[in-house]
Design a protein. Structure first.
Length: 179
């Protein structure tokens, strides 16, 4: 077990807020810098919901397939983020902690230098507790789908080597993950 949402009018679909761009890949160091950099990437992920409380997160996940997850701000001031996901037993939330230079789920022995590596681990582990991110009910933009496909095909370490314009390269690097 794995232990900015905008308000919408009733009847309208709600999607996570997206940041406009990310400056560069994170380097590990000061916790505040790490949180700011991670938040910038999360803003481009589509599955970061910002200040969403536990009840609302669980309500969104309860009708979705097992393994669907989202990241939200923790309501606890001493916790980095919270991962909410639909487990076999129903919606569950667990704290995402920043320990030294690594991200870990509360109660887990596994730590990762990048939040997205943590998510990938739980998506590819034998238990596959996480399967797919929840990006809301509105259709995803074709640009976002293409960016993830390019990153999945070539890998984030090879984005600089692609023969593309600097504008496209910046767009690819604003969310260099295939999740």
């Amino acid at each position: 077990m794995i232990s900015g949402c905008s308000e919408a009018e009733e009847g309208r679909s709600v999607r996570p807020n997206r940041a406009q761009s990310a400056d560069s890949l994170c380097t590990h160091g000061h916790d505040g810098d790490e949180r700011e950099c991670t938040t910038r990437f999360l803003g481009n992920s589509g599955f970061y919901w910002g200040p969403l409380d536990v009840d609302e997160a669980h309500a969104r996940l309860t009708t979705l397939p097992v393994g669907t997850f989202l990241i939200r701000d923790s309501m606890q001031t001493d916790v980095f983020f919270t991962l909410s996901y639909h487990s076999e037993d129903g919606p569950t939330s667990v704290r995402v902690l920043l320990k030294g230079c690594g991200f870990a789920l509360d109660g887990s022995k596994h730590a990762f230098p990048c939040l997205f590596e943590l998510l990938r681990f739980y998506m590819t582990s034998a238990k596959r507790s996480l399967k797919q991110p929840y990006r809301g009910s509105a259709p995803q933009k074709l640009q976002e789908l293409c960016r993830r496909a390019v990153v999945k095909t070539y890998g984030k370490d090879n984005l600089d080597k692609l023969p593309v314009t600097s504008v496209l390269r910046d767009f690819l690097q604003s969310y260099p993950f295939s999740i």
